[in-house]
Design a protein around this ligand. Sequence first.
Ligand SMILES: Cc1cc2nc3c(=O)[nH]c(=O)nc-3n(C[C@H](O)[C@H](O)[C@H](O)COP(=O)(O)O)c2cc1C
Length: 331
Amino acid sequence: MDLATNYMGLTLKNPLVASASPLTGKLDTIRQIEDAGAGAIVLPSLFQEEIEAEAARYDLLTAVNTESGPEAQSYFPALTDYNIGPHNYLELVRRASEAVDLPVIASLNGITDAGWISYAKQIEGAGAKGLELNIYFIPADLTTTGREVEQRYLDILRSVRAAVSIPVAIKLSPYFSSIGNMALALQDAGADALVMFNRFYQPDLDLLKLQVLTDLEFSEPNEIRLPLLWLAVLACRMKVSLAASTGVGSADDVVKYLLVGADVVMTTSALLRHGPGYIATLLEGLAAWLAARDFASLQPVRGIMSQHRLRDPQAFERANYIKILQGYRQS
Ligand SMILES: Cc1cc2nc3c(=O)[nH]c(=O)nc-3n(C[C@H](O)[C@H](O)[C@H](O)COP(=O)(O)O)c2cc1C
């Protein structure tokens, strides 16, 4: 079975990508992910705040700007195993790239197009085959307009694009007013791939302690529906590669994402639940699904259920929503 695919100019032996998580941050689990057969990995993010905290610490040590040190250091929670700092991050990129044959994609996570972007160049130098940008921005300032939020994404992308020659993907928010138009703008600004979508972690409340809870919940399979809708709408109409991200629980979810037109399918929660070896289970399920229908490769399958290629394109629009609501009342 030929599962080879192209993702932002990289040739992958199959479309299964381990997305950014603690599993992709350690060499032993990176090797396990490769042994299980993944097509590529995305390393955990290097955060803008980590870079700024390191710069502030350096300023403090060299007494160039003693005033800014302690304050800037408090921007970011103390470094944990997960946030290893810029120097160690470059080391991770280097060692991961040497340790495995599959493409290693690094991840930068920030919200402004300030000096931290220069790290993109160093990440490229350390051997990353691609770079994923995660702009995790919550516009909690009520004066920020939608246009300003969009511009922020475009400015950061353009700065990074100008700094590196490796392919650049952008992990998108699902909360733009017009996702299709934003996708086109990002394509025009130089993105090589769109990752759909970034999963925004929403807080809960502890009613006993009256505290905001910041516990992390893994995604559930029904969360594929939002990315599925927008991948279906964008597929076959964009030049950039499309990565499906969020909610993969089984091989069926992988098949669904490919049917609507994803070039690759990313997974984290399933690997954290079942272990890196689960990549092999997903791949076996995908190959079995294709073989049962006499497909010898992904090519004839990809995108056949995208909006562009469906006989009833309205299945993804308002008319279907009305049909669904009416269907419920009648049953
Ligand atoms: C423990 C944990 C750590 C993560 N760390 C990162 C990260 O550093 N950068 C990033 O872009 N996404 C990060 N993510 C998000 C995942 O890459 C992925 O987008 C998200 O979990 C949705 O995919 P899933 O439904 O397959 O889990 C993390 C997710 C988890 C659960």
